[in-house]
Design a protein around this ligand. Structure first.
Ligand code: SF4
Length: 190
């Protein structure tokens, strides 16, 4: 079995944190196992908890629009979340939940080996940039982490509450596409 599939099977049975008691389904992630871009959101919402896939609700529609506008296809990327199970009532992830769930995400990064990691929103950003930085300051600014390029963007759910962020979100997604193209070219030419 390939490493990502093995990881997926393990996560489906995970009971490391209390969210195992309240979740509907584990939302491991979806996309291309060899993707050059890994998008990381926060946690499943109600639709995802029912459907078992990430970003299939309203926020997912906004994400899809931005991807299409940047000429990116969902099936070529990989999309995961910081937490694989839904926090009740969509509350924020707790620190211990993030720590318990983190090995799944780290395993995904290792197995997929993306050149570009895109944290969407504060919770994903803080895994790579430390606790003090906020997405408002970090969005659109590339940095390196473990030999990969990281380009943080707003979480698509933020756009549902603040439509004025939409142009920035689209602009950042175009930057993600450009960065991935550069990274791939570099890899191919090396
Ligand atoms: S949120 Fe993560 S650590 Fe907690 S039960 Fe789900 S998969 Fe396991």
């Amino acid at each position: 079995m390939d490493p990502l599939e093995e990881l997926h099977r393990g996560a489906l049975a995970c009971r490391r944190c209390a969210l195992a008691k309240t979740r509907g389904r584990v939302v491991f992630g979806s996309g291309h196992a060899g993707a050059s871009i890994l998008l990381i959101g926060e946690a499943p919402g109600a639709n995802e908890d029912r459907g078992g896939l990430p970003f299939i609700g309203q926020a997912g529609k906004l994400l899809d629009r931005a991807l299409a506008e940047a000429a990116l296809r969902r099936e070529d990327l990989y999309i995961a979340n910081v937490l694989k199970c839904r926090p009740p009532g969509n509350r924020n992830p707790k620190r211990d939940e993030i720590e318990q769930c983190r090995p799944w995400l780290e395993g995904q990064i290792e197995a997929i080996d993306p050149g570009v990691i895109v944290p969407m929103g504060n919770f994903a950003l803080k895994l790579f940039a430390g606790a003090s930085i906020t997405i408002g300051k970090a969005r659109g600014k590339r940095f390196g982490h473990g030999g990969r390029a990281v380009l943080p963007i707003y979480h698509p759910a933020a756009l549902l509450y603040n439509r004025s962020l939409l142009p920035l979100f689209h602009e950042d997604m175009r930057s993600v596409a450009a960065l991935a193209a550069c990274t791939e070219q570099g890899a191919g030419g090396g």
